[in-house]
Design a protein around this ligand. Structure first.
Ligand code: ATP
Length: 228
């Protein structure tokens, strides 16, 4: 599903954030990316999202070589990937319904399809009663559910989450993790960068640890492995 071939990323001012990384994430995997601050986790995620380009190497996602992708094909890539961030990033002037509908509109979904799909996805994330609310009227956990709904509404192959529980209290964080696991069970590959030791230890999923720009550990049912 996701392949990093000899990926090196050196930033303009000299820092080598990732150094010759090779990793393969299979379809249906749930993989945590862990590592201390500055280890290279965000760089890993940004490369996947094509927000930045590698200095060397090749990345493929669902058979698509994203390092040599024509501008024309970038929307196609975006459809294969859903993203969730720590700070939710919802559109403040749109309701819950509109935030999710908008993600469908921009890929050209038909109004009929949108009217059918948005309530389905809202029910799935447990927010059927909140469709008309605005983001500021919701709790952090609810906002993150909306963000997840928006990320999966177009049925991406991969859900990428960058510290999705970072702004949430422990109970709410667990609710979000249950939802992520549910999405994973339906076949979506999940890649999640996190500092949340308890979550990683409890979930017993694949753990890829990055240190100093290299993969230092890759365990099938791993633990966080750092003091938090
Ligand atoms: N835009 C940039 N320009 C120069 N150096 C950068 C840039 N972004 C990150 N770096 C450097 O690359 C290295 C890896 O950073 P990265 O943000 O990937 O770490 P991280 O593991 O996500 O850390 P954190 O857990 O603190 O978010 C660090 O040494 C950082 O200073």
């Amino acid at each position: 599903m996701i392949n990093f071939f000899n990926i090196t990323k050196q930033y303009a001012k000299g820092a080598v954030a990732l150094s010759n990384i090779n990793v393969k994430i299979e379809k249906g995997d749930f993989a945590f990316i862990v590592g201390s601050s500055g280890a290279g986790k965000s760089t890993f995620i940004k490369l996947l999202l094509k927000e930045i380009e590698p200095t060397n190497g090749k990345i493929t996602i669902a058979g698509l070589d994203i390092t040599n992708l024509s501008t024309r094909k970038i929307p196609y890539l975006r459809r294969k990937i859903g993203v969730v961030f720590q700070d939710f990033r919802l559109l403040p002037n749109k309701t819950v319904y509109e935030n999710i509908a908008f993600a469908m509109e921009i890929i050209g979904a038909k109004p009929k399809e949108i009217r059918r799909q948005v309530p389905t996805i809202l029910a799935m994330v447990g927010l059927s009663g909140k469709a008309k609310m605005y983001p500021h009227e919701l709790s952090g956990g609810e906002q993150q559910r909306v963000a997840i709904a928006r990320a999966i509404v177009n049925s991406p192959d991969v859900l990428i989450a960058d510290e999705p529980t970072g702004n949430l209290d422990p109970d709410t964080a667990w609710e979000i993790m249950k939802l992520m696991k549910q999405i994973n069970r339906r076949g979506t590959t999940i890649v999640m960068a996190t500092h949340a030791k308890e979550i990683v230890d409890m979930m017993q999923q694949r753990v890829i640890a990055i240190e100093g720009g290299k993969i230092v550990r890759d365990d099938k049912k791993g633990v966080y492995g750092y003091e938090s």
